[in-house]
Design a protein around this ligand. Structure first.
Ligand code: AMP
Ligand code: ZN
Length: 460
């Protein structure tokens, strides 16, 4: 079966052919580290983790390189550091904010069952590569220096003769329309109203680095050039897959393509551009003002990470997803059942009924339907398939124990009550045995009597 992926640039599904099957390369835009990541941010992390796992399955773990950056220079980081840690010098406060947020991000996405990428480059460690790209762009006539800024000119790019993509091709926009529709009150140092920043001056006290040639003052990079630099350093001028959320197509990814292709005189930056759809909560756009803004951290207090993961993968990655409590509850029940059936079983090969939908542009809803089918027919293939998708990281007992812990149920106390109830039943004191059953139910514990004895579980 062919492996096909939808490419945002070509606007179609295409057979995936890696540039080098021994070195398959993927870049995904990572977090800007200034605050807890929300559940929308978890979507690209989970989706591209599934793709990473599938690529490893197909090409071998040693032959896939996954790069996801950490943006640790940004106005939002500076603002947060100044607000939360006013007693510290700004640079120290920034370091604290980025380190703590980065740690929190790792804890969150580890709990979601995501593998760490092969490389997690930090923007501030790639300033040299950014300067080099910027200098190449200025030398090539695609960018210019003005008032201590360096600006990229999309118009210069589209006026260049050949061998370059057209600015606007990825986001399917026409540069002429962008020019016509742009704001008129653009910054005075910009020659064209669609020109974007590659480098800018830092305010006093803000992080700053030696600027590209032609600028005496220290400054800092624009956001888009960070990703061009990190992708270049770790994956080369041209690689296989570039991913992120749909909101990044324009301007972020359009500008990344422009920078990289113009700096290295290339027709392409990545062969496949992949974008996940947006997540909304209970049918509403997630926002702090609506009060429906949920962090991964908050959700993890109530749900195991694998429940969040399954809930995310029930929807195809390109469709919008409506994140609801009802769906979470269903996902939790499904995983409880899969854990009971398959967590302690020796995993077999992932079933082709699960792998084949994944090969069709990561059709996870269809793969999950196939998992339900395996539940009744082949639990060893179910176990192997679930592991391929990043589930079953715990034993059945650990899973059950965690549920009990999360619910605050004291397992020892439950066992004691159950043996009291068994004793009451033996002496035919049914009033007492019913009383104990009701007491357990009030504690959130469901019991089941069988010939082998009484078993119990925490009812969600
Ligand atoms: P940001 O921190 O806003 O740059 O976002 C980090 C990643 O999360 C990017 O790939 C965004 O496209 C993605 N993202 C942000 N909000 C959502 C959302 N509501 N649904 C899906 N993806 C999102
Ligand atoms: Zn990026």
């Amino acid at each position: 079966m062919e492996f096909r992926l939808y490419d945002t640039l070509g606007r179609e599904k295409r057979t995936f052919v890696p540039l080098d099957a021994k070195d398959v390369r993927m870049y995904v835009c990572g977090p800007t580290v200034y605050d807890f990541a929300h559940i929308g941010n978890a979507r690209p992390v989970i989706v591209f983790d599934v793709l990473f796992r599938l690529l490893r399955h197909l090409y071998g773990a040693a032959h896939v390189k996954y790069v996801r950056n950490i943006t640790d220079v940004d106005d939002k980081i500076n603002d947060r550091a100044a607000r939360d840690l006013p007693g510290l010098p700004l640079n120290e406060a920034i370091r604290k904010v980025t380190e703590e947020t980065g740690r929190q991000f790792h804890a969150d996405v580890d709990a979601l069952g995501c593998l760490r990428p092969t490389v997690e480059p930090r923007a501030t460690e790639h300033i040299g590569e950014m300067r080099e790209i910027i200098e190449r762009l200025v030398a090539g006539g695609f960018a210019y220096v003005a008032e201590d800024h360096v600006l990229f000119s999309p118009q210069a790019m589209n006026a260049a003769d050949s061998g370059l993509p057209r600015y606007g091709a990825l986001s399917n926009r026409s540069l002429d329309e962008m020019v016509a529709g742009a704001r008129v009150d653009v910054a005075p140092y910009k020659k064209g109203n669609t020109d974007f920043v590659l480098w800018k001056p830092s305010k006093p006290g803000e992080p700053s680095w030696p600027s590209p040639a032609g600028i005496a003052a220290h400054g800092r990079p624009g956001w888009h050039v960070e990703c061009s630099a990190m992708a270049w350093k770790h994956l080369g001028e041209h690689f296989d897959i570039h991913g992120g959320g749909i909101d990044l197509v324009f301007p972020h990814h359009e500008n990344e393509v422009a920078q990289t292709c113009c700096a290295f005189h290339r027709e392409r930056m990545a062969n496949y551009w992949m974008h996940n759809g947006f997540l909304q909560v209970e049918s509403e756009k997630m926002s702090k003002s609506l009060g429906n803004f949920v962090t991964i951290h908050e959700l993890l207090a109530d749900w195991p990470g694998e429940v969040l993961r399954l809930n995310m993968l029930k929807t195809h990655y390109r469709s919008p997803i409506d994140w609801t409590m009802k769906s979470l509850e269903e996902s939790a029940k499904t995983l409880d059942d899969w854990y009971r059936a398959a967590a302690d079983v020796a995993p077999g090969k992932p079933a082709s009924s699960v792998v084949e939908p994944l090969l069709d542009d990561l059709n996870t809803p269809l793969a999950i339907a196939a998992l339900h089918g395996l539940r009744g027919s082949d639990v060893s293939a179910l176990a192997g398939s679930l592991r391929l998708l990043g589930f079953l990281s715990e034993s059945a007992a650990q899973w059950e124990g965690r549920k009990q812990q999360a619910s605050g149920v004291d397992a020892k106390e439950v066992e004691r009550l159950i043996s009291e109830r068994t004793a009451a039943r033996t002496r035919k004191d049914f009033a007492e045995s019913d009383r104990i059953r009701d007491l357990l139910a009030a504690m959130g514990v469901a019991i089941k009597d069988s010939k082998q004895g009484t078993t119990w579980e925490v009812a969600r």
